[in-house]
Design a protein around this ligand. Structure first.
Ligand code: ADP
Ligand code: ADP
Ligand code: MG
Length: 472
């Protein structure tokens, strides 16, 4: 087994990985920027090292991280999600220096990180893929003639995109021409690559993804699916496992398809195969994420499998310890991404000091976060500050529990998406499990909630007012 792991990440996922290390008797090494000096992962790891004054650059510096891992006697590196997690060069640099990279092989990361290459690999494996261009586009005229063949609406996508960025829907040739340079410049800035391609836009689809685990000995299983259709601007807000919108036959089919996909590319470690499901019940491969995902938690909850622990075991060279038929699924789990954003102000980031925080608890509730009372959220990173995960035996009970847990949570000093999620939970279409990726956009009125203070707060205001009036 591994002895010591460097965690090349920050925030809640770094804390999550430290927890797995602690349970497995593995020492953990945290890294942090100066902005993260007071971050929770720094406090929780066995050792912690500052990697510079730049807020982001240190977390992306392959050489600093690899050298630090070696200097501190680590035998492995866990990249988390975001940052270098899907960077093939990082995986390769680790391997070349004798470190175990906790993820798939560098060439698999490289191939799957390129959306057009991934599509080609899936077509070759017989997986249904969203109709689109065979490769990247050379210029806007090629895009226009390709779009005519595919048929509008189309999606113009950055080949190395991620995090919901570098994607534009185009309903006609004018929009396509207008968006072409925009997506290229966005992609160049965000991903360092100008490559773009076209896909048919699946109108109002469901986002269904499957968690897979594969070892180095050719064994691969799936841990069922997640429904991530509740999104805003192609970014996930609420995730559900399993999808309440699938029947058992669809569930078995899509799980099997993901395992075929993983095996076809020689995948190892934990990964996610993302599909779109159209109104006619057809599934289309969209992309593969070669890392642990933000929403891995809900799969852990319904299967009892600790995905980060399995990642570490697989990376250490152990064979999978579960057969497909040993994966028992139970109930429903919902994850809420608590973002430091103001839904009533176009979801503008709302960073600042957490004046008071307490996690929701009770049965069927899990909170993954790196915040604490008094913590100042630095403005340089992702706005997600916590994940609240609830589970129950039925979909209806999971919704009830979600509502209860979100009300149970205390998070003061910043604006968050909590009140917005309470609105979603009350929406009849959500409750009836009939929603698609257009849900947020099609329900703009969900941001119209009132912020009226609770009666006890009012009482103190009233008391103060009375005191000044009556002189008591
Ligand atoms: P998940 O599929 O796990 O929900 P997200 O798409 O929400 O992942 O991304 C998780 C984090 O990683 C976000 O902070 C996102 O901005 C970042 N991220 C994902 N892919 C990339 C990428 N290719 N380049 C830069 N950042 C990325
Ligand atoms: P990322 O790498 O940023 O996660 P994805 O390719 O997974 O990008 O797409 C992110 C989201 O964008 C999807 O979950 C879906 O809502 C939307 N999307 C992407 N491609 C299409 C498509 N062809 N048709 C409809 N929606 C799409
Ligand atoms: Mg995706």
């Amino acid at each position: 087994m591994l002895r010591k792991i460097l965690i090349a990440n920050r925030g809640e996922i770094a804390v999550r990985i430290i927890r797995a290390c602690t349970e497995m008797g593995i020492r953990s090494v945290a890294v942090y920027s100066e902005a993260d000096r007071f971050a929770l992962h720094v406090k929780k790891a066995d050792e912690a090292y500052c990697i510079g004054s730049e807020p982001v650059a240190g977390y992306l510096n392959i050489y600093t991280l690899v050298n630090l891992a070696l200097a501190t006697g680590c035998d492995a590196v866990h990249p988390g999600y975001g940052f270098l997690s899907e960077n093939a060069q990082f995986a390769r640099a680790c391997k070349e220096r004798g470190l175990i990279f906790i993820g798939p092989e560098a060439d698999v990361i490289f191939r799957m990180g390129d959306k057009t290459e991934a599509r080609k690999a899936m077509v070759a494996a017989g997986i249904p893929v969203t109709p689109g261009t065979d490769g990247n586009l050379c210029d806007v005229d090629e895009a226009v003639s390709a779009a005519e063949k595919i048929g509008y609406p189309v999606m113009l996508k950055a080949t190395s995109g991620g995090g919901g960025r570098g994607i534009r829907r185009c309903d006609n040739v004018h929009e396509l021409r207008g968006n072409y340079d925009r997506v290229i410049s966005e992609a160049t800035k965000a991903f360092g690559s100008a490559a773009v391609f076209l896909e048919k836009c699946i109108v109002n689809p469901r986002h269904i993804e499957v968690q897979v685990l594969a070892d180095r000995y050719g064994n691969a299983i799936h841990l069922y699916e997640r429904d991530c259709s509740i999104q805003r601007r192609n970014q996930k807000l609420i995730e559900i496992a399993p999808s309440p919108q699938l029947d058992e036959a669809q569930r078995q089919y899509i799980g099997g398809l993901a395992v075929i996909a993983a095996k076809a590319v020689g995948y190892t470690n934990a990964g996610t195969v993302e599909f779109l499901l159209d109104d006619g019940g057809r599934f289309y491969f969209m992309e593969m994420n070669t890392r642990v995902q933000v929403e891995h938690t809900i799969t852990e909850t319904i299967t009892g499998v600790d995905i980060v622990e399995e990642q570490i075991r697989i990376a250490a060279g152990l064979p999978l310890r579960f057969k497909q038929e040993e994966i028992i699924r139970r109930g429903f789990a919902i994850q809420f991404r608590i973002n430091a954003e103001d839904p009533q102000n176009s979801f503008l980031p709302s960073f600042g000091r957490i004046s008071r925080y307490y996690a929701p608890g009770g049965p069927g509730v899990r909170t993954d976060t790196a915040i604490y009372t008094g913590y100042e959220i630095p403005p340089f990173y992702d706005s997600m500050v916590a994940k609240v995960i609830v589970n129950a035996l039925t979909w209806e009970d999971a919704i009830q529990r979600g509502e209860r847990a979100l009300k149970d949570m205390g998070l003061f000093g910043i604006k968050t998406t909590i009140p917005y999620y309470l609105q979603i939970l009350r929406h009849p279409e959500f409750r009836a499990a009939r929603f698609n990726t257009g849900f947020v956009e099609n329900n703009p009125d969900l941001v119209n909630y009132s912020n009226k203070p609770r009666p006890e707060v009012l009482a103190s205001v009233i008391a103060a007012a009375m005191a000044s009036h009556t002189g008591l």
